[in-house]
Design a protein around this ligand. Structure first.
Ligand code: GAL
Length: 724
């Protein structure tokens, strides 16, 4: 499945003559010289030793997008000097040494919220899932054994082991290390300087495996390598249009009546909201789960869903996979589960078709047959660093043959794939949530979320997610102050899933940001003003939907992440390399979130003209400016020379909602902008039912040219053109 079958590219193009297997004491005999095989344009596979069967490519969720890879740049050269690559297998596992230079910077390794440039300083990045991502070990909700380099290449180590990547801090004995011969050092700084490796090497340590396959992605720029990785995974996920609207997750104890009441209040208050999330309360038991409706709280699930839909809501339901003994599927699932329980529940082995089928039968009966539009897959990560960890141990075994370590890496991916099946089968899209993911996740329409709640770390997560084919939401719950609440909402509306996760708040947080008071129905004196301010911010999100949808279509077709750290767009500008608190949102808008207590912040504007989104003032780039935006206004900057289509906000998106767009002409001679349009809900786009609307402005003359095979209701109508 992971071999590109075209005759042209199937040939072996690189014989790695210089690739040596170094055998140490106790090591296995050196394997035959490995080869780099071109598997698609700009993508090579190198096989070392005897790789394991159960890896992310073995369980890939989509076929590689060969046409997309071909379209990128068909003749990119292999960006790695194979003569400098070495491999070793020992009883403990295997290791790989890959060349680095002292200047290059490395990014990626998944959804880190603490680390950004992973090579400065050289360190160990552990690819192990955790529910506590605010650590500096590399662990996160979505650890990914993939990195990209400022030298313009990417490396993916295809393993489900808890691999460690040493990003230039180890000194292999084969390297000659020069000493400060003849010099007598006395200061601590001088003495310790000798500890720094003179020649950087990437060392990858893969436990347990006796070999591994490595995929190398060509540049020439970092962004090219990221795009190739995403296309290799199958291309980016395309959300349904409603998925980009506002998501609200209601109070967990609420039943049907309370949920309906609050949902109706949102409509009366004109709070934009597309998706209503039902938290644990809907099941008879949830830790572990039964996947059975609690009819005390939801006496008539069909009637509840019908009434929510009549108000225009799409429905999303919380669950986790651990299955309670009173669940109707418990006994059938038992032979297809791991040999440890979590919270007393079975751990389904989603690597087996049997477990998937049994699990889907029950979820189908209660959720999917009722047309539920999305799910929230909780608790599929783990807690490795705790003295009292929850979840199954790494020594677990599963009927598929996976062990606990492999299952921890793959659990989120396999759970997502399982729950995606009914949507794919029905040809409809979802935009769901998950708390654990891993490699090759780009095609999966799931956004990763977390219980951790550091706003600064959440923003770093947004910058990092785009390096590794991940989507991340800096979800909003309660807040320390009204200011904190505004600042968090300002960030989440510029993310892939604008979710207010009020699962422990009885009332919307814009009534009361403090959890205890909120539960006691004690509302803030400024409640009405905050409601209006939050409504404005959510409307801002709604106005960006057509623009963001277009960015997602580019993710799907070219692998370009819709949200990107600046280093991906300005690879030649060394100043952007450490910036982890500003990001691109689509191609024209740069976001620079502010944090509680900040009266001002530094914003780096890369070279070129920029325009302040709020004042429309022109700003010359290539310098750092100071943003002093007040608490209800996030600093936003629009690239000069662009067309920015913004929609009149709607409160929610029906299947036939048409957006009225004003196209803003930003700067002189704006380049064309091509909007993407389709039915917004189904997978019919895959068979050509999609349009492009090419926006063009030349002085006073404007045009919007629609072409393509989508004949349905116009989703994006251009109703005006305006100078910015
Ligand atoms: C947590 C999850 C929260 C919420 C809660 C409900 O594990 O991260 O978002 O869903 O469970 O019990």
């Amino acid at each position: 499945m992971n071999t590109f079958s075209s005759r042209v590219f199937r040939r072996l193009v690189f014989l790695a003559a210089g690739l040596m297997a170094i055998s140490g004491r106790g090591a296995e005999p050196a394997a035959a010289a490995p080869q780099a095989e071109l598997v698609a344009p700009g993508v090579w596979r190198i096989r070392f030793g005897q790789p394991e069967q159960f890896t992310p490519t073995y369980f890939r969720s989509a076929a590689m997008d060969v046409a997309g890879l071909q379209a990128l740049a068909p003749n990119a050269p292999l960006p790695l000097d194979l003569a400098k690559v070495t491999f070793q297998a020992t009883a403990r596992g295997c290791s790989l040494l890959l060349p680095m230079d002292n200047q290059e910077r490395l990014y990626g390794f998944g959804l880190n919220t603490k680390i950004f440039d992973a090579s400065n300083p050289g360190r160990r990045m552990v690819i192990e899932p955790t529910d506590a991502p605010e650590n500096d070990l590399g662990q996160s909700h979505a650890p990914v054994p993939f990195y990209v380099s400022t030298r313009g290449y990417g490396v993916f180590v295809d393993t489900a082991r808890f691999a460690s990547f040493y990003t230039g801090n180890l000194a292999p004995a084969q390297d000659v290390v020069e000493t400060d011969a003849g010099k007598i050092s006395t200061s601590t700084a001088e003495l310790y300087r000798a500890r720094e490796p003179r020649m950087k090497t990437m060392v990858v340590e893969v436990p347990a495996a006796k070999g591994v396959e490595v995929y190398v992605f060509a540049g020439p720029a970092m962004l090219d390598a990221v795009q190739r990785y995403n296309l290799f995974a199958g291309g980016g996920a395309l959300p349904p249009l409603w998925g980009l609207g506002v998501h609200y997750r209601g109070y967990a104890p609420y039943g049907a009546a309370d949920s309906l009441g609050l949902a109706a209040k949102f409509r009366a208050d004109h709070i934009p909201c597309d998706v209503w999330g039902v938290e644990p309360g809907w099941q008879t038991r949830t830790y572990p789960c039964t996947f059975v409706w609690d009819t005390n709280k939801f006496p008539d699930p069909d009637a509840f869903l019908k009434q929510m839909r009549e108000m225009g809501y799409r429905m999303n339901f919380w669950e986790h996979a651990f299955t309670h003994s009173s669940s109707p599927i418990h006994d059938a699932l038992k032979p297809w589960s791991g040999n440890y329980r979590v919270w007393g529940g079975l751990v389904p082995d989603f690597a087996t078709p049997e477990a998937r089928k049994i699990f889907l039968k029950q979820n189908g009966a209660v959720l999917f047959s009722r047309g539920v539009e999305g799910v929230k897959l909780d608790e599929c990560d783990y807690q490795p660093e705790s003295a009292t960890p929850w979840s199954f141990p790494v020594v677990s075994s599963f009927p598929s043959g996976l062990d606990g370590e492999q299952m921890h890496s793959l659990f989120g991916l396999l759970y997502q794939q399982t729950m995606l099946t009914p949507y794919r089968d029905q040809g409809v899209r979802t935009w769901s949530l998950v708390r654990n993911s891993h490699a090759l996740a780009s095609p999966l329409p799931f956004v990763v979320y977390s219980d951790s709640y550091d706003h600064r770390c959440y923003v770093r997560g947004l910058c990092n997610a785009g390096f590794s084919g991940l989507l991340w939401t800096p979800e909003v719950r309660d807040a320390n102050s009204v200011e904190d609440f505004y600042r968090r909402v300002e960030t989440v509306i510029f993310s892939p899933n604008a979710v207010i996760n009020a699962w422990f708040l009885k009332n919307p947080p814009w009534y009361q940001v403090n959890t205890d008071k909120n539960k006691r129905d004690e509302f803030m004196p400024e409640r009405d003003a905050v409601t209006a301010g939050i409504r404005d911010l959510l409307q801002l999100r709604m106005s960006f939907i057509p623009y963001l949808y277009t960015a997602f279509n580019e993710y799907r077709t070219t692998g370009k992440p819709p949200i990107r750290a600046l280093v991906l767009d300005w690879p030649g500008d060394a100043k952007v390399r450490p910036i982890d608190d500003q990001f691109m949102f689509g191609d024209s808008v740069m976001v620079a979130p502010m944090f509680t207590g900040q009266k001002k912040r530094a914003v780096y504007l890369p070279a070129g003209d920029w325009y302040d989104f709020w004042t429309h003032a022109k700003l010359v780039g290539g310098r750092t400016i100071e943003a002093t935006n007040g608490v209800q206004q996030i600093p936003l900057f629009v690239k000069g020379g662009t067309l920015l289509p913004l929609a009149a906000p709607v409160e929610y998106i029906k299947d036939d909602t048409g957006f009225n767009l004003t196209v803003y002409l930003v700067g002189d001679q704006p380049a064309d902008f091509t909007l993407y349009e389709d039915d917004g809900v189904s997978s019919a786009y895959a068979s050509g039912k999609q349009n492009t609307v090419r926006l063009h402005a030349d002085g006073e003359k404007h045009s919007a040219e629609r072409t393509g095979g989508y004949q349905g209701a116009e989703r994006f109508k251009i109703t005006g053109w305006q100078p910015f």
